[in-house]
Design a binder for this molecule. Sequence first.
Ligand SMILES: Cc1cc2nc3c(=O)[nH]c(=O)nc-3n(C[C@H](O)[C@H](O)[C@H](O)COP(=O)(O)OP(=O)(O)OC[C@H]3O[C@@H](n4cnc5c(N)ncnc54)[C@H](O)[C@@H]3O)c2cc1C
Length: 462
Amino acid sequence: MANDASTVFDLVILGGGSGGYAAALRAAQLGLDVALIEKNKLGGTCLHNGCIPTKALLHAGEIADQARESEQFGVKATFEGIDIAAVHKYKDDVISGLYKGLQGLVASRKVTYIEGEGRLSSPTSVDVNGQRIEGRHVVLATGSVPRSLPGLTIDGNRIISSDHALTLDRVPKTAIVLGGGVIGVEFASAWKSFGTDVTIVEGLPHLVPVEDENSSKLLERAFRKRGIKFNLGTFFQSAEYTADGVKVTLADGKTFEAEVLLVAIGRGPVSQNLGYEEQGVAMDRGYVLVDEYMRTNVPTISAVGDLVPTLQLAHVGFAEGILVAERLAGLKAVPVDYDGVPRVTYCHPEVASVGITEAKAKEVYGADKVVTLKYNLAGNGKSKILKTAGEIKLVQVRDGAVVGVHMVGDRMGEQVGEAQLIYNWEALPAEVAQLIHAHPTQNEAMGEAHLALAGKPLHSHD
Ligand SMILES: Cc1cc2nc3c(=O)[nH]c(=O)nc-3n(C[C@H](O)[C@H](O)[C@H](O)COP(=O)(O)OP(=O)(O)OC[C@H]3O[C@@H](n4cnc5c(N)ncnc54)[C@H](O)[C@@H]3O)c2cc1C
């Protein structure tokens, strides 16, 4: 450790995940003296148990699907099976490369990195490894962990969380996924590609229930076609072990059996026994409460990432961490517009969106003020080449800006960059229609959708 007992850092950060390390890197760049405390591995959930490993599994699944479907493209290949150890090696190599890079970055910015489990010991200090680390300001960034339900014990073998699913040493023959949100549908998609017979159980009426209903319905259609089963609209009641697996019973008495049960019902904040309450930090159901500048009610303490009740996404953590660093360095901090955050679910096909849903737009602006347009990817050359189906749906305030872009289709996550510029710059359809989109790309579908919404459709019907 670089400091001695008398050092007072400008900033002490508890938790080295997306939110914490982004705050550390930006604050150090702005000349602040930063201590970053992490009990496990720098990079947190996203790098080691979240975004990166899941996307590697999904990519391996995509390769498997391509091998199976190669004949549709005139290519002779045979799918022989999944070597799960090799899949894990590929995934772990990706993680370790990024991990090394991140460690190098933190060191090069002269952040004082402290390995150990920290505890908030005063409004300006964290205790770790028997030492008190003092700072003018403290950022809480302890993140989240998988949640379960009362009476449902995660054993790590037959009843598992996403953490276990990422290191499972076998491809299960059958699996029940409890929860049809982002994490649930991503694992269902990857497992199906690996050859598992998957059933998703979701209590709400749709998969990816926070997305525009049109996206949910398109995903459900695509999953049905892929043979991914799902049961919607009935809540889980209980789970019990069978001779060789797990039996799940729903509230209506329906039962499902499988080799493994993945519990993917959401993630809860890591905030217990960390001294937060003792220091007077206001909390709600374990989440640390903050204002739009990520300030808690204690003037010297901020909080970011999954620990606060905003969208649980790595790039939200980055943005919140940067916001805090800039505010503390005396720069003008701009609050995050959470509707303007791009959201991608990386299943096959992908679901991507930014802005608000049609239902929300009607609530906000009134039903008669909302216009929608759906552009079918069947009219898009590149999507045809890829043999993917889906839509781009636009939600517009009548005679005004586009306030929602909702997409389903393979690789549509890559289109969310332009979609977020459109939303965040409050673009009018006619302005986007003016921009030329390259042919033949899937990005062209974004242009075509706006051409149609602006009243001058090219490759779509009036
Ligand atoms: C399966 C899965 C897939 C995901 N996929 C995506 C995706 O594709 N895209 C996306 O944007 N987001 C995704 N996420 C969400 C994303 O991982 C999180 O939003 C992000 O990691 C939150 O960052 P954070 O810094 O708030 O918390 P975390 O990343 O959880 O980091 C918190 C850190 O604090 C440390 N810590 C906790 N307590 C202490 C303590 N007392 N002392 C010291 N250190 C402590 C932890 O060890 C951890 O490293 C996914 C999550 C999961 C689980």
